[in-house]
Design a protein around this ligand. Structure first.
Ligand code: PLP
Length: 502
């Protein structure tokens, strides 16, 4: 299987090349030359397999450069004891045919682990396949969950180093604590003065910074990215949709061949795009339900065919979905206009130059047939969390998805069994959870909530669920990283890291 880019008809590259490069040289994203098929027989065969076996099989359809044994070894290692359940991504059924796919059982308690436990293995495997002696330096700007999941994935992985930049005042205290206590000899974490957009822009500038480039050459190092545009993140995410379908069949919740709907709390469009890929491969998915918070750029786009990125940015209770440019949408555009790269290039140029682009009627019709989209604001998010409690405790991102799924069912009457992605553990967002459960908390208990760990303990007591081990173990862990950089200090800090540590 070879990979082309969404913007040009340029030369196709191997998977290993695409994984090492991240973003294609023409600014587009790598997509498979043709969509691999998953037949009904293959799907049936997977129902009796473990998560790791399913992962190895699905990845083999995309990454035929790697041997079956290699992929099997990667999957066994990526989806092992660092997950707190052997099911890895279990499906929990709610009475009304709502099946919740829990994607937060990994080491950082958010769905980013599903791909970022695998990516470092694919990346070092790609270094071998490309026969390079270079070391990879992964640069990641994060608004919260990606940074920690990438650090955890790449910590002490030979042939790699990773630097993470997070906005000093833009993430939850739990998320910050997760990052500044990160262990590993090949990691660096910096806070950035400014917001996430500033950090993102400054990180992008590093890729072409002359001082840094000179250092890279001297030390035989190249930059790579762990962002969700990397092909090595997309493919491992396809696995859990296929795996969830297999679980539903295995457990008699649906019959093989039955259609399901899939609802995804969406930000950068990476997760829901993987569901689209699973569908195109042959998984019986009917509707893709795209849930946004108050930052409704995707909902507006999927309803009108016009994408308008220039609009106010809102900070919400679901920060990992606070985003105005959804990078992975480009891959969906490519598929739904049948691979007309020139069209995609034009849209992306319009977006860059004027902040918006518009589909034609034919393409909008294809999007509308496939996708339903709606939004859920903070007040609805809290009321959804509170309404489901105490039977079910979900995080604010998952609540956005739940509420939008309910709106879809009410509006359309379509009660097809639905799979809802639960993208984070509620314990990652204790303030939002406690504010949703406010009326269950006594004044006495409120007075005791003097630090994060007391909040986690209270949530555990109220809900009768366990605090995820990795969050619990943050208590008392020494802080290793305390430096805050101004944007103009970043290039110097990165050069110094390369000089001293690589
Ligand atoms: C990253 C993230 C999302 C958004 O996923 P995308 O792939 O960017 O659409 C939703 N919820 C949580 C908890 C996340 O960390």
């Amino acid at each position: 299987m070879r990979y082309v880019t969404t913007r040009s008809q340029g030369e196709a590259v191997t998977a290993s090349k695409a994984i090492l490069t991240g973003l294609a040289p023409d600014g587009g994203l790598y997509v498979p030359e043709r969509m691999p098929a998953l037949t009904a027989d293959e799907l049936r065969a997977l129902t009796t397999k473990s998560y790791a076996e399913r992962a190895a099989y699905v990845m083999s359809l995309y990454f035929d450069e790697f041997s079956a044994e290699t992929l099997r070894a990667y999957a066994e290692a990526a989806y092992g004891a660092q997950f707190d359940t052997p099911a890895v991504a279990p499906v929990v059924t709610r009475a009304e045919g709502i099946h919740i796919l829990e994607l937060w059982h990994g080491p950082t308690a958010a769905f980013k682990d599903m791909a970022l436990q695998m990516l470092p293995r694919l990346l070092t495997g790609s270094l071998n396949l490309q026969n390079t002696s270079q070391t990879a330096l992964i640069l990641t700007a994060t608004s919260g969950d990606t940074g920690k999941a990438a650090l955890e994935g790449f910590a002490d992985v030979p042939g790699t180093h990773i630097l993470v930049f997070y906005p000093k005042d833009g993430i939850s205290s739990m998320q910050e604590r997760q990052m500044v206590t990160q262990e590993g000899q090949n990691v660096g974490v910096f806070a950035n003065a400014g917001n996430f957009d500033d950090a993102q822009t400054a990180v992008k500038a590093l890729f072409t910074d002359p001082e840094v480039s000179a250092k890279l050459k001297e030390k035989n190092v190249f930059f790579s990215s762990a962002n969700s545009i990397n092909l090595g993140r997309l493919v491992p995410q396809i696995v859990y949709y296929i795996s969830a379908y297999c679980d539903l069949v295995r457990d008699g919740k649906i019959a093989q061949g039955d259609k399901i709907n899939v609802c995804v709390p969406t930000g950068n469009f990476g997760n829901i795009l993987s569901a689209l890929y699973a569908r195109e491969m042959g998984l019986p998915i009917q509707k893709l339900i795209c849930a946004s918070n108050r930052n409704s750029v995707l909902t507006d786009f999927l309803r009108t065919g016009t994408y308008t990125a220039r609009r106010p940015f809102y900070t919400t209770l679901s920060p990992s979905m606070d985003i105005l440019i959804s990078s992975n949408l480009e891959r969906a555009l490519y598929y739904l206009c049948d691979g007309q790269a020139a069209l995609v290039s034009d849209w992306m140029r319009d977006l860059r130059e004027s902040g918006s682009f518009s589909l034609q009627d034919a393409q909008l019709a294809r999007f509308s047939e496939l996708f339903y989209a709606d939004t859920c604001d903070d007040a609805e998010t809290l009321s959804c969390m509170e309404a489901l409690f105490p039977e079910l405790l979900i995080d604010p991102h998952t609540a956005v998805g739940y509420r939008v799924l309910e709106k879809y069912r009410r509006e359309t009457g379509d009660n097809t069994p639905a799979l809802l992605c639960a993208t984070a553990s509620p314990y990652k967002f204790p303030d939002a959870v406690l504010s949703a459960l406010d009326r269950h908390i006594s004044e006495e208990d409120k007075a005791e909530l003097t630090d994060d760990f007391r909040k986690l303990a209270l949530i555990s007591r109220l809900s009768g669920t366990n605090i995820p081990g990795p969050l619990m173990r943050l208590q008392g862990k020494p802080v290793r990283f305390t430096r805050t950089l101004q944007n103009h200090e970043m290039s110097g800090a990165v050069s110094a890291y390369i000089e001293e540590r690589m």
